[in-house]
Ligand binder design. Structure first.
Ligand SMILES: Cc1cc2nc3c(=O)[nH]c(=O)nc-3n(C[C@H](O)[C@H](O)[C@H](O)COP(=O)(O)OP(=O)(O)OC[C@H]3O[C@@H](n4cnc5c(N)ncnc54)[C@H](O)[C@@H]3O)c2cc1C
Ligand code: SF4
Length: 502
């Protein structure tokens, strides 16, 4: 009797543990497009299309390699719309003796998998740090400092190492990074992938079924196969990696990508492995085509941040997404769903999200996340929005970044202080303020940048909870230096903005 191997939409790796565990001759692969997963949050149409197209291409590749694949499309008349029903139906259809599958990357789906009959759940070994290894590192620690974790991963992988020591003598070259973009600097646009017949069919399906979801579909150009993903990697290493560190935190009006890699969707779907991506970057350094500050910064994002947030997600437990340390309860402002806003930095970030199902890290953290936190928006609503709108959003990576890093809703498990900023930060890191109707230098008055009063109001509102944080000492010192009248004017300005926002 055959073994059923359900493969989920983010498990598109030919070296997947379940494919290694069962001989081809005994295996029936099951792949499912289910409504429940496409709608449990209103995913961006490009994200749904990316998953379905990449799944269909992967199924075709498996068949070419001699695997038997049972693929249930979304519009299959028999499709029940949920993983558990589809797995049960397929087990009966094929008279499967057992089910072997790789653990999902999300608590909710893992719980569903555990309920499947006669199931063996395999660890997802496509990460460099296992869940157990991370837990052993984290359990005895008071603070889960990413930089400490990163050094362990450098030693473990041997990336950019000279024996036991980092190449160049430093673990981190951020001091050389984050420069301002010179006026007139031209960025090389990333490679785009024109839809083939499979993708075109998926785009038509998504257009019919999900046209009420936020986001544009016409600009779809994501890599949907491993072959595409390798081309995208090569394009990044050649054209954008050399300047990756320099402008890593920059924001430029009209520039969606800058020197970012755009590799997160391919990595998160399993089309690329984290180690091969880092090895490609390391090879560029050894070949002399990319400098150390860029290569180290890029590798740190992957073997540091990406592995760290995945470990933290599983370490923190299934209630992580409902944490609300700052007791924030405002509904998500309508501008997140595209309602017009005259805050230029926000309109740029939301519009990039709408067009591309993507925004770069600083837009996610310091524009959108910062605004949500300053306005006291409910972190659970913020989390659901991020999970919905980004092509790379899987809960294991999205939730720690949103709940922990951007909203400080976990009370400091991940970040040592809230990433809160006023207009001065936005002005320093980019050029949006030049074309904004607000005056970035003003705190109060009809043209004052709203982020300024919101920033101080946020600190004042949470003084009891946050003022003892050593890393916020300077900010609170700044707040206390304002006269009582000025403090009152700032808070009134913020209150008016928040009232109008509602
Ligand atoms: C509020 C918020 C939400 C986020 N949500 C997601 C998400 O849903 N999915 C996701 O993959 N990333 C998320 N990130 C992390 C990061 O913003 C994206 O990985 C990055 O913007 C993807 O674009 P890129 O591939 O061009 O990244 P690059 O800037 O080129 O970075 C290279 C790679 O490093 C990894 N990486 C960088 N930063 C992080 C990080 N903080 N956590 C995990 N991996 C990282 C990614 O795999 C990325 O592809 C989020 C960050 C914030 C602040
Ligand atoms: S002035 Fe304020 S609102 Fe306008 S772009 Fe700058 S930071 Fe954003």
């Amino acid at each position: 009797m055959p073994t059923l191997i359900p493969i989920l939409g983010d498990q598109l790796s030919h070296s997947l543990a379940s494919l290694r565990a069962v001989p081809k001759s005994e295996a029936i692969i099951l792949m499912m497009e289910v409504t429940e997963e496409a709608t449990h949050v209103p995913h961006h149409p490009q994200k749904i299309a990316l998953f379905f197209s990449a799944m269909r291409h992967f199924a075709a590749e498996l068949r070419e390699q001699g695997w038997t694949v049972d693929y249930v499309t979304l519009d299959d008349a028999q499709n029940t719309g949920g993983f558990t029903h589809e797995v049960t139906r397929a087990a009966a259809r094929h008279a499967a003796s057992r089910i072997v599958t790789v653990k999902a990357g999300e608590w909710r789906v893992l719980a569903a998998q555990a309920s499947w009959p006669n199931v063996t759940l395999l660890d997802d070994d496509r990460f460099l740090c296992s869940i157990d290894q991370f837990a052993a590192w984290a359990a005895p620690r008071k603070r889960l400092v990413m930089e400490d974790f990163y050094r362990i991963m450098r030693r473990q992988t041997g990336l950019l190492m000279d024996g036991d020591q980092p190449i160049g003598g430093q673990w981190n070259y951020d001091a050389d990074n984050r420069k301002a973009v010179p006026k007139g600097h031209r960025f090389t646009p990333p490679l785009r992938f024109a839809p083939d017949a499979i993708t075109a069919e998926v785009l038509a399906l998504v257009r019919t079924r999900f046209d009420n979801h936020f986001g544009a579909l016409d600009s779809f150009a994501w890599p949907v196969t491993r072959h595409h993903a390798l081309e995208a990697l090569h394009d990044f290493i050649t054209h954008r990696l050399p300047g990756f560190g320099d402008y890593q935190d920059a924001m430029v009006t009209g520039e969606d990508v800058l020197n970012h890699s755009l590799l997160s969707p391919a990595l998160n779907l399993g089309l690329l492995s984290p180690l091969e991506v880092c090895q490609a970057a390391q090879a560029a350094f050894h070949a002399g085509t990319a400098p150390l500050n860029a290569v180290e910064g890029f590798i740190r994002q992957i073997i540091g941040w990406r592995e760290y947030v995945r470990g933290l997600y599983w370490f923190a437990g299934p209630d992580y997404t409902s944490r609300n340390h700052l007791n924030a309860h405002r509904p998500l402002p309508a501008l997140f769903w595209g309602a017009p806003t005259d805050l230029k930095c926000l309109s740029e970030a939301v519009d990039a999200t709408r067009r591309n199902a993507m925004a770069h890290h600083i837009q996610r953290l310091m524009i959108l996340g910062n605004f949500a936190m300053l306005t006291g928006t409910d972190p659970a609503e913020v989390h659901r929005w991020y999970l919905a709108v980004y092509a790379d959003a899987l809960e294991w990576v999205e939730a720690p970044n949103v709940i922990g890093m951007s909203q400080f809703a976990d009370g400091g498990l991940m970040a040592t202080k809230p990433y809160a900023a006023g207009g001065a930060y936005v002005n320093r890191m980019g050029n949006h303020c030049r074309t904004c109707r607000y005056d970035v230098k003003a705190r109060t008055g009809p043209t004052a940048c709203p982020l300024n009063s919101l920033y101080w109001d946020f600190l004042a509102r949470h003084e009891e909870t946050l003022a003892s944080n050593q890393r916020l000492w300077r900010m609170y010192d700044g707040w206390r230096r304002f006269s009582a009248d000025e403090q009152q004017r700032i808070r009134a300005q913020a209150a008016t903005f928040l009232a109008n926002l509602a």
